[in-house]
Design a protein around this ligand. Structure first.
Ligand code: C5P
Length: 405
């Protein structure tokens, strides 16, 4: 893993030498960024020797490499140890007057901070407010421990032991990489079929579940193409910042079909979570339809192609196709029966069924699904859409392993 270790100017910096050594010995690619003050405690040579990489404190070194953001972007984990009261205040304020500051602003990796200072400084409301701000922002705080401090005093403020920091830091990183090497194509959102230049036939799909599947797959190592039809930017925010997710925006069924055909040509796994219109308007009006011109309105609707059935019929050996079905079933048994029927009818490997109604399914943060294969129900999951996404991917891997047997 690519790990950045920030070291700020406290006496506990000497303990971070051991911390870096533990990470390097465990096979991680460790890049140390000391602050100028930290170098008064432990010198550059030590950090370079122990991390086996060049070390700099300044944003003005290696400018051609755009080092002030490059390390933060590449980092999969950032640890700041020790973090002084001053450095916590700088982090809380978002100051970027050195390489560690710019790196912390540039990263989207988990950040783990190990504070170290005298007890009074730790207890000060300013420090506590900064810690609260950082926690709210998702920063993980490890320690400080209670014990002897450098001034001969004792109390909370000692930096946590390096072994403890390493264990806590590695625990916050999603360690699953069971989809590494796979290419996954996911569709999400809801198509819109034009009626005239201002109106369309659409649906209430928010795209949240498909976006969660795409993000989960990328977090687990897959290279993902996410084909999104009318999904709010906020729903796509995390996926759009993920280095392994490529987002393709589409609007109607024909565009979705083309984008998925392109993505599926390269994909090992195709997951059709989009709500696709079953019909399009036969003749789209070039001009806005006016009620004054007519006595009522009859639209001729033409069936759209079943995209996922087409992808399943054309699939390469070893490619896994997953469809979704949103059903307004009254009972679990009815949902199960419809899911099994629909999987067979579409010729897909797996079908993920969830119940929808006026108040369930679409747009909600939580979901509850059944996953069926030719063997019957192979998984059930409920909870946050991210948890459901991981369960769907687990079922997909289990089905692939089963097929290889
Ligand atoms: O038949 P139904 O619309 O319930 O099937 C839902 C599944 O089929 C979803 O995976 C959806 O993306 C896919 N679908 C499709 N093309 C259509 C309609 C649905 O691929 N025209």
């Amino acid at each position: 893993m690519f790990i950045v270790v920030g070291v700020t100017g406290g006496i506990a910096a000497y303990k971070s030498v051991h911390l870096v050594r533990l990470l390097v010995t465990a096979g991680h690619d460790v890049h140390v960024i000391p602050t100028q003050d930290a170098l008064r405690f432990v010198g550059l040579t030590t950090w370079e020797a122990i991390s086996r990489h060049p070390v700099t404190t300044s944003v003005h070194d290696d400018v051609a490499e755009v080092r002030h953001v490059a390390l933060g972007r590449r980092a999969e984990l950032v640890i700041v140890a020790p973090a002084t009261a001053n450095s916590l205040a700088k982090m809380a304020a978002g100051l970027a007057d050195d390489l560690l500051g710019t790196t912390l602003l540039a990263t989207s990796a988990p950040v783990v901070v190990a504070p170290a200072m005298h007890s009074e400084m730790w207890a000060h409301p300013a420090t506590q407010a900064n810690i609260a701000t950082l926690r709210d922002r998702g920063v993980h705080i490890v320690g400080p421990a209670d014990g002897p401090l450098t001034g001969g005093d004792s109390g909370p403020g000692r930096m946590a032991e390096p072994e403890h920091i390493v264990a806590a830091a590695l625990a916050v990183v999603p360690e699953r990489d069971d989809l590494t090497g796979l290419r996954v194509a996911v569709s999400t959102g809801g198509t819109r079929e034009p009626i005239d230049p201002v109106r369309f036939l659409g649906n209430r799909s928010s795209g949240r579940q498909g976006a969660a599947v795409a993000l989960a797959a990328a977090d687990r190592g897959a290279a993902v193409t996410l084909v999104a039809a009318h999904v709010d930017d906020r729903v796509l925010d995390a996926a759009s910042r993920h280095p392994r997710v490529d987002i393709v925006r589409v609007s109607d069924v024909a565009q979705l079909q083309r984008a998925m055909a392109d993505a599926a040509a390269e994909a090992d796994v195709v997951i059709m979570a989009a709500a696709v219109s079953d019909f399009r308007v036969g003749t789209v009006s070039d001009e806005k339809l006016h009620k004054a011109d007519r006595d009522g309105l009859v639209l001729e609707l033409v069936e759209t192609p079943d995209i996922v059935a087409g992808l399943a019929a054309a699939r390469r050996p070893g490619q896994t196709i997953v469809a979704f079905a949103a059903e307004t079933a009254d009972t679990d048994e009815a949902l199960r029966r419809r899911a099994l029927d629909k999987r067979a009818r579409k010729g897909v490997d797996l079908l993920v069924a969830n119940r929808v109604g006026w108040h369930e399914g679409f747009g909600a943060a939580d979901n509850a699904v059944l996953v069926v294969s030719a063997r019957g129900v192979i998984a059930e999951a409920s909870g946050a859409k991210r948890e459901v996404a991981d369960a769907i991917l687990d079922a997909m891997l289990a089905a692939q392993a089963d097929a290889e047997r």
